[in-house]
Design a protein around this ligand. Structure first.
Ligand SMILES: *Cc1c(COP(=O)(O)O)cnc(C)c1O
Length: 387
């Protein structure tokens, strides 16, 4: 059985968890701060705040960026529903903008069109997603966000370690602070597996301070933030927050996994190149990845007119390929709010043809060869792609 994605747990990971289990802290101890510091260093951001999962990270990020009831964000329909849902948690509203079919990410021109077509203040923020691991051009989105005075929240769940090259030839790593905040997930199918876990990165100290408060019930012991101080026990709840903390046990696991992040990313690149080389003559399409971009390959997405038949055939062969994603606006929850088929042409066409092949750093060559062989068998006898 070969899934589309899964975690890898090493002896080193197990040892890190065991040592935390034997320590004084299962939560709110030193492992979380250590993971945060190392993660911030890895992506190149000033601050990192660990939370209980990627969805909690989105929720806290939109709150810290000032989204309130009635406020509207713009995101892509091709993403995990949580990227959109975060607006709804605070009573906010959504707009989707179609994808650019070349990158499968939010089309900046469509976002600009929305921002220009409605009065200033209609939109509060933009939430681009580094879909499949393809890094969004955050320099261009930054300029757009500044022009219209909206916040920029990067959903970088698919792209730890990915980067694009900016107009000054500088590598810009996903989540490095170009956006006002970026979020990551440590669900087992993502690059770094904690079981459950998430991270928010930012370069803004005001956002960082708000995130710390919101993560722990809005409670502070910082004298500078309190209205009074009645003694050593005293604390104040100064805003409505949550318990979205990450336990130390999971932070230790994440931190151990982070040590191998570069090596694992390199392995994903090799797997991608092997697929591309093996399928050259087949009627399959991929996203073209420019030389100056590092695709993080959370997913390896192919597009074919025979998606359903290929999906069924590979499942019969115990290869559990998946479809990412059912466009957000077509889920019943969003249909009830007025969206329907035909709203986002590129997203819907992509959805009708996409399939995610197995892609995870623990995938062995022989497992991948099996996948390649079965895909080739499926297409055998069909006319090769003309070039
Ligand atoms: C996984 C994922 C999330 C949510 O993360 P969880 O940790 O599962 O809550 C959000 N956005 C995207 C794009 C994701 O892939």
């Amino acid at each position: 059985m070969i899934p589309y994605g899964k975690q890898q747990i090493t002896e080193q990971d197990i040892a890190a968890v065991v040592s935390t289990l034997q320590s004084d802290y299962l939560t709110q101890g030193p492992a979380v701060a250590e993971f945060e510091q190392n993660f911030a260093r890895y992506v190149g951001s000033r601050y990192a705040v660990a939370v209980s999962n990627g969805t909690a990270a989105l929720h806290l990020a939109v709150m810290a960026l000032g989204l309130e009831a009635g406020g509207r964000i713009i995101t892509t329909p091709i993403t995990f529903a949580a990227s959109a849902n975060c607006a709804r948690y605070v009573g906010g509203e959504l707009a989707f903008a179609d994808i650019n079919p070349d990158t499968l990410t939010l089309d900046l021109r469509r976002v600009r069109f929305l921002l220009e077509s409605f009065p200033k203040g209609t939109y509060k923020g933009i939430v681009p997603v580094d879909f499949a691991g393809y890094p969004v051009d955050m320099e261009a989105f930054r300029a757009l966000a500044d022009e219209f005075g909206v916040f920029l929240l990067e959903d970088a769940c698919h792209a730890p370690g990915g980067y694009f090259t900016d107009s000054k030839e500088q590598k810009q790593t996903c989540g490095n602070g170009l956006a006002d905040a970026a979020i990551f997930s440590f669900h087992p199918v993502k690059h770094i597996a904690c079981g459950e876990g998430g991270m928010i990165t930012t370069n803004r100290s005001d956002v960082y301070e708000k995130l710390l408060l919101l993560r722990t019930h809005g409670i502070t012991k910082n004298p500078a933030q309190m209205q009074r101080n009645e003694g050593g026990w005293y604390q104040e709840m100064i805003t409505l927050g949550y318990n979205y903390r990450m336990p130390d046990i999971l932070a230790a696991l994440g931190n151990a996994q982070l040590q191998r992040a570069d090596e694992n990313l390199a392995r994903r690149q090799i797997i991608a190149q092997r697929y591309i080389a093996a399928f050259k003559d087949l009627p399959i399409e991929y996203t073209h990845v420019p030389e100056d971009i590092q695709h993080a390959y959370h997913l390896f997405v192919i597009q074919t007119d025979q998606r359903k038949a290929l999906y069924d055939y590979l499942h019969q062969q115990q290869i559990y390929v998946q479809v990412h994603y059912v466009p957000c606006h077509l889920h019943p929850y969003y249909r009830q709010q007025g969206w329907r088929e035909g709203d986002y042409r590129h997203a819907e066409y992509y959805y009708s043809r996409c399939l995610s092949l197995p892609m995870y750093h623990a995938l062995t060559d022989s497992e991948q060869d099996y996948v390649i062989e079965k895909v080739r068998v499926f297409f055998s006898g069909q006319t090769p792609k003309s070039s």
